[in-house]
Design a protein around this ligand. Structure first.
Ligand SMILES: Nc1ncnc2c1ncn2[C@@H]1O[C@H](COP(=O)(O)OP(=O)(O)O)[C@@H](O)[C@H]1O
Ligand SMILES: [Mg+2]
Length: 135
């Protein structure tokens, strides 16, 4: 299904709705250009999953952890990942998150797990984004 959002708030709201269907063990891969709204979407997801603190881009940290009463959420950003070694050193293969979000998942070979693939694109207008979510 393809969604069009016209503001960051709408993208976060789409993330909130999407996250309600997530289950423990799910990995969500988010691909699309810089600024396309991946982090904003994850912010909405984390909120719906019960995480009430700030969700920021893990571009430099590579991985953020969001701990709730029920869940350990991992939020990766693989933009700067160079090779498999980087992924190992950041704990990517430890599989210890209940729900895992991976921005720039296309930069890595993550065939070791089943992913829900989301695609983010710029739309025609400056605040328009096209977000593809599998049915
Ligand atoms: N419809 C929209 N959805 C999401 N972000 C939007 C939208 N319109 C404008 N923006 C802006 O685009 C940027 C998206 O940033 P971010 O979510 O960090 O992108 P990414 O993680 O894909 O690099 C933010 O500055 C946000 O305010
Ligand atoms: Mg981001």
């Amino acid at each position: 299904m393809e969604y069009k959002t016209l503001s960051p708030e709408e993208t976060a709201e789409l993330g909130r709705k999407f996250a309600l269907k997530l289950k423990k063990g799910d990995t969500v891969c988010l691909d699309g250009e810089m600024g396309a709204g991946k982090t904003v979407f994850v912010q909405g997801c984390a909120e719906a999953l019960g995480y009430k603190d700030a969700v920021t881009s893990p571009t430099f940290a590579l991985c953020n952890e969001y701990i709730t009463k029920e869940l350990k959420i991992l939020h990766y950003d693989l933009y700067r990942i160079m090779d498999e070694d980087d992924l190992f050193s950041v704990g990517f293969y430890d599989n210890d998150g209940d729900i895992v979000f991976v921005e720039w998942a296309g930069n890595a070979d993550i065939t070791d797990r089943k992913c829900i693939h989301l695609k983010f694109e710029y739309g025609k207008d400056i605040n328009e984004r096209i977000i593809k979510i599998p049915d």
